[in-house]
Design a protein around this ligand. Structure first.
Ligand SMILES: Cc1cc2nc3c(=O)[nH]c(=O)nc-3n(C[C@H](O)[C@H](O)[C@H](O)COP(=O)(O)OP(=O)(O)OC[C@H]3O[C@@H](n4cnc5c(N)ncnc54)[C@H](O)[C@@H]3O)c2cc1C
Length: 498
């Protein structure tokens, strides 16, 4: 089964032409996901001339592979953990600002008449057993302390040991939303380019944004690329993680409409339903691991499928896909001017809560560009230093990066000869004295690229499920022929002729 997200089933294609000339705008927006498109909408409506430059197709990054849930609570690290890192005031700010972002999305949908199956639904966090009980109880207390009213709604055919519900959260088709938004906002003030990969951003007065088809001159740049491209201090403060999704049809009862988070021992699995051309689908998302650090990642799909089969009468498996998230060391996204920059705005570290955070980021950054006060800007300040709140995760992530960087230079190659790489496999081996990633496709053809990530020099690892080369340090991912798929790297891997 190919790895295509459920949202593509309904979302209409977009067909914006690539950039083919030099242009001048007020704000260049790199990336056409929910963050980039929302910023383009706000800024162009306020009279700024903007250009959105999207390497692929609108919405087909993390936005189009998410679960499509909108809520004012958070998944990672959980409100109670955020409270212990900061204080009660911080979780109030997070919850209020996220609620404002969900309301903002609803207003955009109404104002622009966007069809994307938006509906208000309850959000429920529950545990089936002792394993997740303590997390859920702590989270309930923190939700109340943050000012939320919690109730109980367990209309799900699963044994619920403990849990709580927050009403009036929301769900939509995130891909339909951004694709429709892009079509509605295109105007002389808002130009949108697809298949337009940004190769470099040079900050200055003005800033220069380079693409193969033309140069964009702009007063300000927004890096709405999920993780900012190039080298930024925040890369040291974030961990890149991959997560998986399985969508099935059922013979029996489906859970009621809503966001359903089942807290297991280590993480929560997220469930929701959606009507597709293949019938009503129950999807489950979870099985998080660090990018490039799981050997048999088919296991992730298998675990999700087993979870569903143990609880439901599964008729057929219809969708499987995976996506990336970046976790901030102190648990709060980085939004605004990065340290050392005066014109380049970043929006990153959203964990798996970024449809709301991405929208909030565009609201904050747009205010900053328009010279307006934003009451949440300080909470998410991208140049903040929070040594106490960040320490544990900062050390954990950077020890892990250092370990991966050094380990791969000294460990044995995965193959000595090309013949040891079977069809469908990818292995790191030495070719002419250099570490290379060698993949054999289903026709038997070899694809050989440098194994060294072009971002900061770590050795990429083979991703069996997605047939890609993934960097275990900062989450850059490359195709079998070396093109950048996602993450902070700008440059493709060098192809090696054999
Ligand atoms: C499995 C999973 C489920 C999730 N579910 C939810 C959920 O239910 N609710 C929620 O709130 N959040 C969820 N998230 C998180 C959410 O999907 C993301 O945080 C959010 O979509 C990020 O949006 P974005 O616009 O910042 O990034 P993206 O949507 O990734 O957009 C970035 C765009 O930048 C483009 N780009 C990259 N490099 C370049 C370049 N060099 N030049 C031009 N363009 C470039 C990419 O092609 C991409 O389209 C989930 C995440 C995962 C992993």
């Amino acid at each position: 089964m190919s790895s295509i997200s459920i949202w593509k089933d309904k979302a209409e294609e977009t067909s914006f032409v690539p950039l083919r000339t030099d242009i001048t705008v007020d704000v260049a927006i790199v990336g056409g996901g929910i963050t980039g498109l929302t910023a383009a909408h706000i800024l162009s409506k306020a009279g700024k001339k903007v250009a959105v430059l999207e390497a692929g197709k609108i919405g087909e990054g993390a936005t189009g592979s998410s679960t499509g849930n909108l809520y004012c609570t958070i998944g990672s690290p959980g409100l109670h953990n955020l409270k212990s890192k900061f204080n009660e005031q911080k979780i109030k700010e997070v919850v209020q600002s996220r609620a404002a972002a969900v309301d903002f999305i609803e207003t955009v949908i109404t104002d622009l008449s966007i069809q994307c199956d938006f509906k208000r639904v309850p959000w429920t966090l529950f545990a089936e057993s002792e394993a997740g009980k303590s997390f859920v109880e702590k989270e309930r207390k923190a939700a109340e302390e943050a000012g939320l009213t919690v109730t109980r709604n367990f209309a799900i055919p699963i044994n619920v040991e403990t849990g709580f519900t927050v009403k009036r959260q929301a769900q939509f088709n995130p891909l339909e939303y951004v694709k429709a938004l892009s079509k509605k906002i295109q105007s002389p003030n808002c130009s949108i380019y697809e298949l337009t990969k940004v190769d470099d951003v040079t900050e200055g007065e003005p800033c220069t944004v380079s693409t193969a088809g033309g140069k964009v001159t702009a007063s300000q740049v927004i890096m709405a690329t999920h993780s900012p491209k190039g080298i930024y201090a925040v890369h040291m403060n974030m961990g890149p993680y991959r997560e998986y999704a399985v969508g099935v049809t059922l013979n029996g009862n489906y859970p009621a409409d809503g966001v359903w988070w089942d807290m297991l021992a280590q993480e929560h699995y997220s469930m929701r339903t959606y009507e597709t051309s293949k019938g009503k689908i129950l999807m489950v998302l979870g099985e998080i691991h660090k990018v490039g650090q799981k050997d048999n990642n088919h296991e992730c799909y298998n675990n999700l499928e087993r979870f569903l089969r143990e609880r439901y009468d599964v008729k057929s498996v219809e969708f499987k896909w995976s996506a990336q998230q970046f976790k901030a060391a102190d648990g709060i996204p980085y939004i605004g001017l990065s340290s050392g920059n005066s014109k380049t705005y970043i929006a990153t570290g959203f964990s798996a809560d970024g449809l709301t955070y991405g929208t909030l980021a565009s609201m904050i950054i747009s205010d900053q560009i328009l010279g307006k006060e934003n009451k949440w800007a300080k909470t998410y300040d991208a140049s903040r230093i929070t040594p106490l709140a960040s320490a544990k995760d900062f050390i954990k992530e950077n020890v892990n990066v250092a370990f991966e960087f050094v380990k791969d230079r000294f460990t044995k190659n995965e193959a000595g000869e090309f013949s040891e790489v079977a069809a469908g496999q990818g292995k790191v081996m030495e070719v002419d004295g250099k570490k290379c990633g060698v993949h054999r496709d289903s026709t038997g053809k070899l694809h050989v690229v440098s194994a060294v990530c072009t971002h900061m020099g770590c050795i990429n690892h083979w991703n069996e499920v997605e047939q890609s080369w993934d960097c275990p340090c900062h989450g850059s991912r490359f195709s079998i022929d070396g093109e950048v798929l996602e993450g902070p790297a700008y440059t493709a891997l060098k192809k090696v002729m054999v």
